[in-house]
Design a protein around this ligand. Structure first.
Ligand SMILES: Cc1cc2nc3c(=O)[nH]c(=O)nc-3n(C[C@H](O)[C@H](O)[C@H](O)COP(=O)(O)O)c2cc1C
Length: 369
């Protein structure tokens, strides 16, 4: 047994040390990073390719819904018109040119780097649409920005970013890559990354479990005061409450205690777990815009699976929150139950054939049943 644990430990530490070697070359970037870009003529795409050669990141491309438009034709007439429409009414969603739907959720990311072209000294209109639409999801992120222009300075683009994302933590100064520097972008990006304050929070965020009837789902919690207090409360024992359907988009009701609020206007999405008015919990299977405090997001269920899980449309629904996954409860997601497929060991290394409640070692990791 000791040998098994020793080899697991060796494997674990050898994985970690190679991981550390990669990180030592780049910035302190242990939180997960998403690079979001728009590119009309390809320069920003090249910048993204160079950037992702230097850091570990996922990439999201924003695309206009209308294809084949020529923003630069007739002395940049269309590009100018799109920007003027936004400028005239920046708070109106209808002012922003439509983009292809984005399905990437920002929940998993701590760091976001925006790579955008400059248009008429402002942020390209297509990228503005994305930031306008995703501002509430970005509110707890560390955000960096890289701007590509022919030659104009980027202060107007930075101002657009700050207007569109008022609640983010900026990683540092924006990086400007003008046409004459495009060929040097690798070294510019490398130096810039060293100045940026990435969130190094571990993305293996805290989890809790929600049980409705016979089914339990994990929830990835955000990090705020409300969640810290909620975790402390759940450490004392599970919390059960009765929730009711409302508005065709949520089940909600009293938690039975209050949590500190940090309300922000947001559009709650299917799966979101939200604190409303400090003492109510809302579990969303649809979406709604309101001033809420986010608590977390139910992992891995589609909208229709959420409707089933949350008993959408029903009332008097018994819901239990817990920090450990109750035994004998089925998870809706198709991931096979680990119980029964793995070998369980007690903390003193004894194999356990029928694990019940307690702490066990499975695949070298401590788990709680
Ligand atoms: C509609 C439009 C307006 C632009 N306005 C400016 C400008 O005012 N100043 C400037 O230096 N470059 C301007 N550019 C050039 C782009 O900022 C530059 O070529 C950038 O690298 C394009 O990035 P992309 O290839 O990823 O689309 C403009 C480009 C377009 C399409």
């Amino acid at each position: 047994m000791k040998q098994i644990l020793l080899s697991l430990a060796t494997l674990f530490f050898s994985c970690c040390s190679s991981d550390n070697e990669v990180k030592a070359e780049g910035p302190a970037n242990t939180g997960k990073t998403l690079v979001v870009y728009y590119s009309y003529t390809g320069n920003c795409r090249e910048i993204v390719n160079t950037l992702t050669g230097q850091i570990e990141a996922d990439v999201l491309e924003i695309r206009p819904a209308e294809k084949g438009l020529r923003y630069e034709a007739n002395n940049y007439a269309l590009g100018t018109q799109l920007l003027n429409t936004i400028k005239a009414n920046p708070n109106d969603a209808g002012s922003y040119p439509p983009i292809d739907p984005v399905t990437t959720s920002l929940n998993d990311y701590k760091n976001i780097i925006i790579v955008t072209p400059l248009w008429w000294s402002q942020m390209a209109a297509i990228m503005q649409t994305y930031l306008f639409q995703s501002a509430s999801q970005m509110s707890e992120k560390h955000v960096g920005i890289i701007v590509s222009s022919h030659s104009s300075g980027i202060s107007g683009v930075v101002a657009d970013a700050k207007r569109l994302l008022p609640d983010v933590t900026w990683m540092g100064d924006a990086l400007w890559i003008k046409a004459s520097n495009h060929g040097n972008r690798a070294s510019l990006i490398e130096s810039w990354l060293k100045t940026q304050n990435f969130s190094d929070e571990d993305t293996s965020a805290d989890k809790m479990y929600i049980t409705v009837g016979e089914q339990t789902q994990s929830v990835t919690l955000v990090d705020n005061d409300a969640v810290q207090i909620l975790i402390a409360k759940l450490q004392q024992g599970d919390v059960t409450m009765t929730l009711n359907s409302s508005g065709g988009f949520e089940i909600w009701g009293a938690l039975g205690f209050s949590l500190p609020t940090s309300n922000q206007q947001m559009t709650a999405q299917p799966g979101d777990v939200i604190l409303y008015n400090g003492s109510n919990i809302c579990l969303f299977y649809g979406s709604n815009s309101w001033s809420y405090t986010r608590l977390g997001h139910i992992d891995g269920l589609s909208e229709s699976q959420l409707r089933t899980f949350l008993k959408a449309g029903q009332n008097d629904i018994k819901v239990t929150l817990s920090l450990t996954k109750p035994t004998g409860i089925r998870n809706m997601a198709s991931t096979p139950s680990t119980k029964g497929e793995n070998v369980y060991y007690s903390l003193n290394g004894q194999k356990v054939t029928n694990p019940t409640h307690g702490i066990y070692i499975v695949n070298g990791k401590k788990i709680v049943l």
